[in-house]
Structures are given as structure tokens and as C-alpha cells.
Design a protein around this ligand. Structure first.
Ligand code: HEM
Length: 140
């Protein structure tokens, strides 16, 4: 039997390192970083690690908002979705994740697109609408 994608990626330590690199890339990417202007980045990192860990068969449970709820009113375009996926692929390349595993990851994320994208447009760098309500910061 083949091992879970979680195990093949290298478990929790590897996933945490990947999310750190990805977050730094997104923070520096002017095509999408305006959307994160009011986000609690500590919470976002924990939520992304838990989501990836759970979705790849690891021992975590994602406790955040649904993809629809988390991105509602954010005005994300098709172009911005593609930019974020491009940043993720750059991170996965940097960590030398084989293309087969990359395709498995993208196969999990691709179907979420209709829940995240609200604006049919190739535009990038669009501002976060004033009415967007960020998730509350994590209480730790
Ligand atoms: C497949 C693609 C994506 C996945 C899997 C994803 C996943 C997530 C997750 C798990 C959260 C945390 C939700 C929570 O805290 O309850 C989140 C929040 C967020 N996402 Fe995404 N996301 C994706 C695409 C995008 C795109 C394309 C953008 C913008 C360009 C974006 C911008 C944000 C922002 C700004 C937040 C923070 C929201 C807040 O402040 O509460 N996401 N996303």
C-alpha cells in the first residue's frame, strides 16, 4: 500500500517549513498581498498547516472557517487565484517536492476555486474591499 501524501511530503515538520516559505512569498507578492492587509498572520499560518495536514491524510483537524466563508467579500479574481497557486508551486519546487506529489496537492486545491474566486477577471493587485470582515485573531 502506498503511504499517505502527508507521509510522502515528510510529515508535520516539512509541511510547517513549506507553509513558512509560502507565507513569505505571498507577503512579498504585490499581485496578492493587499488582500492580507487586515489578516492575523499567526492564525493564518496555523490554519494553513492544519488544512494541508488534514487534507493530505495527516493527524490534524482543520478548525477554521469554510473556504466560502473565509474568502467571502474579499473580491479575489481569477488572476489572483492563479498568482497564489504560482507562489505555491514555486515553494514546492524550492523544497524539491516531486511533480507527482505537487499534482496531487493541486488536485485537492483546484476544486476549491469556485468557493474562493468572486471576480471573473485576470486582474491582480486589487484592493481588499473595506467591508471585508477578517477572522478573529487566535487566542493563545
Ligand atoms: C486554493 C487556494 C486557497 C486555499 C486552500 C486557501 C485557504 C485559506 C485558509 C485555510 C484560510 C484560513 C481561514 C480561517 O482563518 O478561518 C484562508 C484565509 C485567507 N485567504 Fe485563502 N486560500 C486560498 C486562496 C486564496 C487567494 C487566491 C487569496 C487572495 C489572493 C486568499 C486570501 C486569503 C486571506 C486574505 C485570508 C485571511 C482571511 C482573514 O483575515 O480572516 N486565499 N485561506
Amino acid at each position: 500500500m502506498s503511504s499517505s501524501l502527508y507521509e510522502r511530503l515528510g510529515g508535520m515538520e516539512a509541511i510547517t517549513a513549506v507553509i513558512d516559505d509560502f507565507r513569505d512569498r505571498v507577503a512579498a507578492d504585490t499581485r496578492i498581498n493587499q488582500k492580507f492587509a487586515r489578516t492575523d498572520l499567526g492564525r493564518l499560518k496555523k490554519m494553513l498547516v492544519d488544512q494541508v495536514c488534514e487534507a493530505t491524510g495527516g493527524p490534524c483537524r482543520y478548525t477554521g472557517r469554510s473556504m466560502k466563508e473565509a474568502h467571502a467579500g474579499m473580491g479575489v479574481t481569477d488572476g489572483e487565484f492563479a498568482a497564489l497557486v504560482g507562489d505555491l508551486v514555486a515553494t514546492l519546487d524550492r523544497f524539491k517536492v516531486p511533480k507527482a506529489e505537487q499534482n496531487e496537492i493541486l488536485g485537492v486545491l483546484g476544486p476549491l476555486k469556485p468557493e474562493i474566486v468572486e471576480v471573473e477577471s485576470d486582474a491582480t493587485g486589487t484592493p481588499l474591499p473595506a467591508g471585508y470582515r477578517p477572522a478573529p485573531a487566535l487566542v493563545s
